[in-house]
Write a protein that binds this ligand. Structure first.
Ligand code: ATP
Ligand code: FE
Length: 347
């Protein structure tokens, strides 16, 4: 079985060809970072138009790089939500066109399921496992028991950590995306000089909060500026180190609790923040203490891509799932149908 996967829910236009025996024949990701750079965030209208323009080319490239044609495919999988609706619609329409034109089955995929099922594609692990999804837009713990069986154990009630890293970078006049910039500064800083709060650590459960951390960093910055008449390079580095440590500690402690709720053989992470070495090391330690394996797929498969969508499509297809031409794009689509209504960004 061979699937085409299409992803366009945020600012990456992606297409990939993946086989049921876990081979990624191609994975094309075309980023729109440059298009949105002047706006300080992703502009939905610009994103949608760019997806509409780039999708065909991405699919064509993915087919070509894989050395297959539409006739070789078993089906087409596409992100049907959650995400920026214009982009998701562009992807769904593209997938429908291909499916109808080539007479292929269509499978709509939840973007978060794509992230959550990635360790099965990269490492072939079995269910159940615990997934920490931690990116610029998401932060949640998912217990994964099957291709469509997700239990949300907790998540952020406000900002995602990546968003917090990006905002801290902005506060300190560091380049975007903030995560890598803050990590580089932190490597030269003293994490002990400043003490930032560990929000929600005193409360039971796996919910997290990161917006207070950013506010605390802002106050600290302004205090330093007021006291010294400016921010020294070393202040910046020490602040970054303190911030990174606080995020790592919160994620680690909440992971410990999530693992304690029901031991699983694997703790997996996905999302751009999983690139952070301090955070990674902290999570690895937690997994080790709980007797679980720690697994972080390669970064290009941790961030948005078409391969994870193709794979999630394959898993759904194997369960007999098919979508019709009435498949709709959904801006919101919680993975866990049992989940209580979410606070904050309810992605
Ligand atoms: P999503 O796809 O979940 O809606 P997204 O597109 O923002 O959100 P990703 O592309 O997975 O998510 O990750 C980007 C985020 O990861 C950014 O916020 C970035 O700052 C953060 N990030 C990247 N590298 C690092 C790092 N080394 N340390 C901390 N954060 C990082
Ligand atoms: Fe994503």
């Amino acid at each position: 079985q061979i699937f085409l996967g299409i992803e366009s829910s945020c600012d990456d236009t992606a297409a990939a060809i993946v086989t049921a025996d876990r081979r990624i024949l191609s994975s094309v990701v075309s980023s729109q970072t440059d298009l949105h750079a002047d706006f300080g965030g992703v502009v939905p209208e610009i994103a949608a138009r760019a997806h509409a323009e780039k999708l065909d080319l991405a699919v064509e490239e993915a087919l070509q790089q894989a050395g297959v044609t539409l006739r070789d495919l078993t089906g087409v999988a596409v992100t049907a939500g959650p995400g920026l609706i214009g982009g998701v619609m562009a992807g769904v329409m593209c997938a429908k066109g291909i499916a109808a034109g080539a007479g292929l089955p269509l499978v709509g995929v939840n973007h978060l399921a794509g992230h959550a099922l990635t360790p099965r594609l990269t490492d072939g692990i079995d269910y159940p496992y615990l997934m920490l999804l931690v990116s610029g837009g998401h932060c949640q713990f998912l217990r994964v028991d099957g291709p469509q069986d997700f239990t949300r154990l907790g998540g952020t009630i406000d900002d995602a950590p990546g968003e917090a890293f990006d905002k801290l970078a902005k506060l300190l006049a560091l380049p975007q995306p903030g995560g890598p910039a803050v990590e580089a500064e932190a490597a030269l800083g003293d994490a002990e000089r400043f003490r930032l709060p560990r929000p929600l650590l005193d409360r039971p459960g796996c919910d997290m909060s990161f917006s207070g951390l950013k506010t605390a960093a802002l106050r600290l910055r302004d205090r330093l500026i007021a006291e010294q008449g400016g921010l020294r390079q070393q202040d910046r580095r020490d602040l970054c180190a303190a911030f990174q440590n606080a995020v790592a500690e919160v994620l680690a402690e909440k992971s410990r609790r999530a693992l304690a709720q029901g031991p699983v053989p694997v703790l997996a992470v996905a999302g751009g923040v999983a690139a952070n070495k301090t955070i990674r090391a902290a999570l690895e330690q937690v997994a080790q203490d709980a007797g679980s394996r720690f697994l972080a797929p390669p970064l290009r498969l941790c961030t948005d891509n078409g391969a994870m969508i193709a794979w999630a499509g394959i898993e759904r297809f194997r369960l007999g799932h098919r979508d019709g031409m009435d498949l709709t794009a959904r801006p919101r689509w919680p993975l866990d149908s049992r989940a209580r209504p979410m606070l904050g960004s309810g992605k």
